[in-house]
Ligand binder design. Structure first.
Ligand code: FES
Ligand SMILES: [Fe+2]
Length: 379
């Protein structure tokens, strides 16, 4: 798992002045809104006696620990220790990590790392259809939800970028009678990549068959990847102009479980009465993926780029593996093995305030694998 990346922590609609607990990268966080409606994210473990902040309450825009009532402001600094009285000096170390937050596509994104504002990558900017919908456009209709994979985030993201699996995994998408895909042209994009491919359409059944006849052109699929999230956009151009899009952001809950936040858009059957059917179809697709991905070995993408055989339809996943290597080369991969060997120690994802002032923190940051040059990282 990687630090210094934006991850989706919650649906915007579910974050209120009642805090919610969120698990990401094997760590716990408290997410809440202040009275002005701004969302915040703090490390969940209180530095006094380990209380779980998300089980406390929001008081005047601060997060109050449920155990002894210490209050932490949105920046993570303790502003009140009730047992010392109102005039007591608050120790400098009385603070928890606070993480940058943005909201986009109806999701609360949290930057889990210590990079300064101008060093952080942007959020993906590849869902204009959804942004138009938020402003009232009716051309596209959207449904949204979540799905939990019992699989490592690297394998789950790669599955989203996998051009050749739909033919064998998805009853609705791949044409098993003609699984050949056109060569995948890949373009590197800032913080990600893009590719397009074409395939023979599959025959549709049920209500979809009314709209989609067998006399159809090739289905063109566009895939986009962005390191923030990490996020994958898949757009299938069925019979033009009919098209559907799934954008998924994949949050590692921990080393072995991955939460997909997804929003599916369609520009046909836009009547809300088709929403349930759309939602059911997306969840079926995720279940079909999970049936395979939850059982891949090894659990994580192997460290060597040559440990598995890559062919041209794998171009997007190969590019994704290289991105992981770039992060690892910078020393941004959490050393989960070393942390698992520790006994009863709570560590936290380092927040930007630590870079500016590395001393005066109660808890130490998570252990990271040492940085190493790309030439070694790729081995
Ligand atoms: S454990 Fe949080 S105030 Fe004591
Ligand atoms: Fe799939």
């Amino acid at each position: 798992m990687l630090i210094n990346t934006w991850y989706v922590a919650a649906e915007s609609a579910s974050v209120t002045t009642t805090p919610v607990g969120v698990r990401m990268l094997g760590q716990d966080f408290a997410v809440f809104r202040d009275k002005a409606g701004k969302a915040h994210c703090l490390s969940d473990v209180c530095i006094h006696r380990g209380g779980s902040l998300c089980r406390g309450k929001v008081v005047d825009g601060t997060m109050q620990c449920p155990y002894h009532g210490w209050r932490f402001n949105a920046g993570g600094e303790c502003v009140e220790i009730p047992s010392l009285g109102p005039d007591a000096a608050i120790p400098k170390r009385a603070r928890v990590d606070s993480y940058p937050v943005q909201e986009k596509y109806g999701w609360v994104w949290v930057f889990l790392g210590d990079l300064a504002d101008d060093e952080r990558p942007p959020l993906p900017d590849f869902y204009p259809e959804y942004e138009a919908f938020e402003k009232g456009a009716a051309e596209w209709r959207f449904v949204r939800g979540t799905y939990v994979f019992d699989a490592a985030w690297t394998r789950v993201v790669e599955n989203g970028l996998d051009n050749a699996h739909p033919f064998f995994v998805h009853q609705d998408f791949g044409n098993p009678d003609n699984p050949r895909i056109t060569p995948v042209e890949i373009q590197e994009r800032p913080f990600g990549s893009y590719s397009t491919r074409a395939q023979k359409p599959v025959e549709k059944r049920g209500v979809w068959a009314e709209k989609i006849t067998t006399d159809r052109p090739d289905v063109r699929t566009e895939l986009q990847y962005h390191a923030s999230g990490p996020t994958v956009r898949i757009q299938m151009h069925l019979r033009p102009p009919m098209s559907q899009i799934i954008v998924s952001a994949y949050t590692p809950i921990d080393d072995k479980q991955t939460l997909s936040w997804w929003i599916q858009g369609r520009n046909f059957f836009t009547d809300p009465k088709y929403d349930d059917d759309s939602r059911r179809r997306v969840l079926t697709v995720f279940q079909e993926d999970a049936n395979v991905v939850n059982h891949i070995k090894p659990v994580h993408v192997p460290p060597s780029l040559s440990a598995e055989l890559t062919i041209y339809p794998d171009a997007m996943s190969f590019s994704f593996r290289k991105m992981i290597k770039e992060y690892e080369a910078k020393g941004w991969r959490i050393d989960t093995k070393a942390m698992a060997a520790e006994d009863e120690i709570v560590r936290v994802i380092p927040s930007p305030a630590r870079k500016a002032d590395p001393k005066n923190w109660v808890m130490d940051p998570v252990l990271l694998r040492p940085a190493r040059p790309m030439s070694q990282a790729a081995e």
